[in-house]
Design a protein around this ligand. Structure first.
Ligand SMILES: Cc1ncc(COP(=O)(O)O)c(C=O)c1O
Length: 381
């Protein structure tokens, strides 16, 4: 049989698939993969049904359903005070991951370098490599997962094409502050560096913290792709729908890639989301819902042997298990699924060099009942 030369020779099955598979096999509670186990808002489901019945079932324009684009422009203006043109600056995509991939594909040439902060969401590295570019890794400072901007400055070369940021952050729950964004703006001023900003958890920040979007900072916004996900916002991760926002000079190239890949996205869902977004409560209440879950979960497991790390946004909280075991984190999480019937994610998989600080990630975007059952198992570890 002919052997194909892989474009991604070092890429295997990702940990989320493996852990979710093990959770099913061992009948374990799944606090691994980042998806809610409760139903999404039925009003939104009804909007989709209505759109289908009203025959919004054919292709919408490439950039997206025009009323939805207009609604997003208004939302961005309200939240981030930036004026955008619905046709020129926004494209609806099949998910946030696709938006990031398309942005990277639109800008990268062979030999380019992309600065990536570790730990990082697992799609970034293969997305860079498949485009013939090179990831340049910078570790976030442990244990508070902040970025040392001096290190960033030193890592920039004349090949640096892009920097990927992610706030609120998966897997750590860290957020970038105003001071971080200003530093990034200052470091990249007068360079040709493009920012890819993964903001899929934009509406999930805790303790009164505000989400700092690149779109708030005009100098950054003028050379950034901001990538969003309706799946994460509306508890509908299976919908795989999101969008990218960028200045025209970047969005033009993005659309060239998108045009011959997805071309356009699910029509009835776009119509439904447009209607649903008319009520800002659809996204303004998400932080408090997830914060309650975080607080409920942490109060239940406070007396466990895990040391919980702070989380300021996202669906996730990390925990140090060094007082329980000195196994590596992959072996530890595999044992937890089998022996304790609880699935989590080891943090080392989010590092290229598999840095193991004996940390695991819990997803708390679950029902109270799931969190309670999980806590009972965690307290026995
Ligand atoms: C940081 C981050 N970016 C992007 C995504 C993917 O979003 P989507 O499902 O819309 O592709 C996820 C999903 O887990 C994520 O955690």
């Amino acid at each position: 049989m002919q052997k194909l030369i892989s474009k991604l020779p070092h890429t295997g099955t990702n940990i989320f698939t493996i852990m979710s598979g093990l959770a099913i096999e061992h009948n374990a509670i799944n606090l691994g993969q980042g998806f809610p186990d409760y139903s999404m808002d039925q009003h939104l489901v009804e909007w989709v049904n209505k759109a289908m019945k009203e025959n919004y079932n054919q292709y919408v324009p490439m950039a997206g359903y025009t009323p939805l684009l207009n609604t997003l422009v208004k939302k961005i203006k309200n939240l981030y005070q930036q004026e955008y043109n619905p046709q020129k600056n926004i494209t609806i995509t099949p998910g946030g991951t696709y938006a990031i991939y398309t942005a990277l594909t639109a800008i990268l040439h062979s030999g380019d370098e992309v600065i990536v902060f570790q730990p990082c969401y697992d799609s970034y590295i293969p997305n860079i490599i498949i485009n013939g570019a090179k990831p340049v890794f910078i570790d976030m400072d442990y244990p508070d997962f902040t970025i040392n901007w001096e290190k960033v400055k030193q890592s920039i070369t004349n090949k640096t094409k892009a920097i990927i940021i992610n706030s609120p952050h998966n897997p750590t729950g860290a957020i970038l502050t105003k001071s971080d964004l200003l530093k990034l703006q200052e470091i990249t001023a007068n360079t040709k560096i493009i920012i890819i900003s993964d903001e899929v958890y934009e509406h999930i920040t805790f303790d009164g913290e505000e989400h700092e979007s690149v779109l708030k900072y005009p100098d950054l916004a003028n050379r950034s792709f901001a990538c969003f996900s309706f799946g994460k916002v509306f508890n509908a991760t299976g919908w795989k729908l999101g969008y990218a926002v960028a200045p025209e000079w970047l969005m033009n190239e993005f659309k060239k890639v998108h045009q011959y890949n997805a071309f356009s996205c699910n029509a009835p869902m776009q119509v439904a989301i447009h209607n649903y977004l008319q009520n800002p409560e659809s996204y303004n209440t998400l932080s408090s819902i997830q914060q309650q879950k975080r607080d409920y979960f942490t109060s239940l497991i406070q007396s466990s042997k895990f040391k919980l790390l702070p989380t300021k946004g996202s669906f996730f909280i990390c925990a140090d298990y060094s007082s329980i075991s000195n196994e590596d984190d992959i072996s530890f999480t595999q044992r937890l699924v089998k022996d304790n019937k609880i699935a989590t994610i080891p943090l080392s998989v989010f590092y290229e060099n598999k840095t193991d600080n004996k940390i695991i990630r819990f997803c708390f975007a679950k029902t109270e009942n799931t969190l309670k059952q999980a806590a009972e198992k965690i307290l026995n570890i």
